[in-house]
Design a protein around this ligand. Sequence first.
Ligand code: PRT
Ligand code: MG
Length: 223
Amino acid sequence: MDAAPLQPEATRGNLTIALAKGRILKEALPLLRTAGIAPQDDPGRSRKLIFGTARPDVRILVMRATDVPTYVEYGAADLGIVGKDTLLEYDGDGFYEPLDLGIARCHLMVAAPAGQQLTAARLRIATKYAGITRRHFAVQGVQTEIIKLYGSMELAPLVGLADRIVDLVDTGNTLKANGLVEIERICEISARVIVNKAAWKTKHQAVTALLAELDRHKGSGRA
Ligand code: PRT
Ligand code: MG
């Protein structure tokens, strides 16, 4: 079969959405479905990374949350759906952040073992969010040593790797199960839509129509 000829005019309004897998994908799918952008396969089960959708002009890329801003900044995706935590930690500004979807909600906080007595002058803090943590404590003038981890931050203070952690909390069950208590809230987190700056101009109509659709349906796709 011959490949179809390239039709730049016809593809001008096409949109590629980068979607963070895991929790955000799970919560964004019902919303995308109600907005008429249901993927053709189930991204939660398929091993595919690119998904066509019910709309022939929209496709979805599924990836690690931390890669979403990169794909959008470089224009490999026009839009992205990713947590505010990932955006705060990302070092770049090649996108706009026009919409809060209000899904995958949680908050970023500092936690410590219950009843902790601290003597050291310098706090050792374990976190996946080194940038946010550094900025947060710098503003307070607190000296810290930041220990970068990639998961299960709650473990670090239990085995003496760190005095405190900076992590996301939703129900608080994980903290509780590990004898930790929240001692300071840093900020509220939810999933945001980001848009590549060039796409915002060249695909303005398609982008704003999609944003309006998502905005109209947000909050209604949840179980
Ligand atoms: O990507 P990675 O594998 O490192 O993260 P993950 O598997 O922990 O989470 P994932 O990929 O499913 O989704 C991560 C994104 O979901 C984050 O970037 C947030 O924007 C959003 N989100 C919302 C959360 C939570 N809520 C959340 N509770 N991400 C992680 N958690 C973790 C938290 O780190 C802690 O370990 O859940 C645990 C606490 O939950 P509770 O309910 O016990 O308090
Ligand atoms: Mg994950």
